[in-house]
Design a protein around this ligand. Sequence first.
Ligand code: GDP
Length: 530
Amino acid sequence: MASLNDEIKRRRTFAIISHPDAGKTTLTEKFLLYGGAINLAGTVKGRKATKHAVSDWMEIEKERGISVTSSVLQFNYEGYCINILDTPGHQDFSEDTYRTLMAADSAVMVIDGSKGVEAQTIKLFKVCVMRHIPIFTFVNKMDREARDPFELMSEIEEVLGIHTCPINWPIGCGKSFKGVYDRQTKKITTFTAAMGGQKEVATETFDVEGTDVDSVIGSDFHAQLRDDIELLDGASDEFDQELVSAGKLSPVFFGSALTNFGVETFLEHFLNMTTSPLPRKTTTGVIDPFREDFSAFVFKIQANMNKAHRDRIAFMRICSGKFEAGMEVNHVQGGKKIRLTQPQQLMAESRKIIEEAYAGDIIGVFDPGIFSIGDTLCTSNEKFQFEGIPTFAPEHFARVRQIDTMKRKQFLKGVNQIAQEGAIQIFQEFNTGMEEIIVGVVGVLQFEVLTYRLKNEYNVDVRLEQLPFEYIRWVENPEEVDVAKIQGTSDMKRICDLKGNPLLLFINSWSVGMVEERNPNLKLSEFGKN
Ligand code: GDP
């Protein structure tokens, strides 16, 4: 039997981020294929077609054909145990998407070669940067007309503020895509389109020196490649593992997920350049993943995966030790010992009950309504919380009222429970209590989810009045400033969260700066503390 050390060492846990349509689903599908987790491509893809993939639990997801929540997929490849955290790619993504990144140790950023860096990539990227996790770039769709690779590199550097280091380099694109040149081995792998997703792509590899490259890719492309290599060797950043690990240098790969070109090489390099789970900071010190004591934190709570039971599943990232089914752990924030029941893990096609899991893995456990985002579970008697699970700033706000005033109690219960899951954040008017409820969400789809769930699960009809605010700031030092006396702007609104912490809402971004200028003692923050 493999030791605890060996099991943890072989784990790699990463998130895939991209703007919708860049090819994240297709790439994930191909990864799974290499892991032998699915036999045919199309399983992951299925969620967009008639077949619903594992991540589509909620009715609303089915209706809209999009994925509201993110899921986790695990597979084995060449001795590694890989956990992929999938993030919803739809524009209406939620806070869940951000939080999923808290559970990852590295990120793969998929970019459409013809489009470059797109809006949603930037948002998700910022969260990765905040955590200093390694970021790998896969420039996809090289079998289509793509932008100049040098231009793409500088766009990534400028827009995202990270250095790049191409590991391979494309030769042509679209109809004249010839293949890629590996800068380290100095070999060219020629492009052969393998539609449908066969595992083996019949590629041929040539040494740049000693082969008649002209006859393989044509003299024009060869000349271009020679120029490109010279320019790259002279001007681009050199590969530096330390900088990659610190999230300061992104290794870049070119390929085509759909035709399965460059995917396996990418996976191999990626596994070499990333590490097994690293120590995580907590409020009382650092937790080493290899220690015997089990510890984990809750990063996502999902309701009603099983409609008949109206249950909730709490997803947790294991940070140290080994998990065993039925094990008793301390729920630090709840101050109680609990038994983790129905532990499950997600495979490409189904959920399965698991017996054991290790640091790096993600498990879902039955939640009787006791967990909150950021909670710690551990076998030791220490009391601590893992760092770096902030509350993200909502970008859309609405005033919510129940239509039938007799249903006030159900309404408050529903709103509170849904907020506890982290799908929405609730606020109240400054100084006036719970009469009016203001809901803040990261993606507008959450408003729809809220209305739907209040009706279906709590039997409460609500009216939503969307508010024009887009920017929210937590007052970091309420003990030093009198919030009622803050010199505001005309578009500023004071609110507070349920714990009574004061916050400010703004319609315009420049107002934030203006208020900071007018109130030099005021400290504002974009992230709330959990
Ligand atoms: P996601 O929204 O990021 O998950 O993107 P998908 O994986 O669903 O891909 C969006 C569309 O682009 C689909 O129609 C894919 O078939 C297509 N696509 C993905 N990768 C490639 C590629 O490498 N080449 C081409 N030509 N199309 C691709």
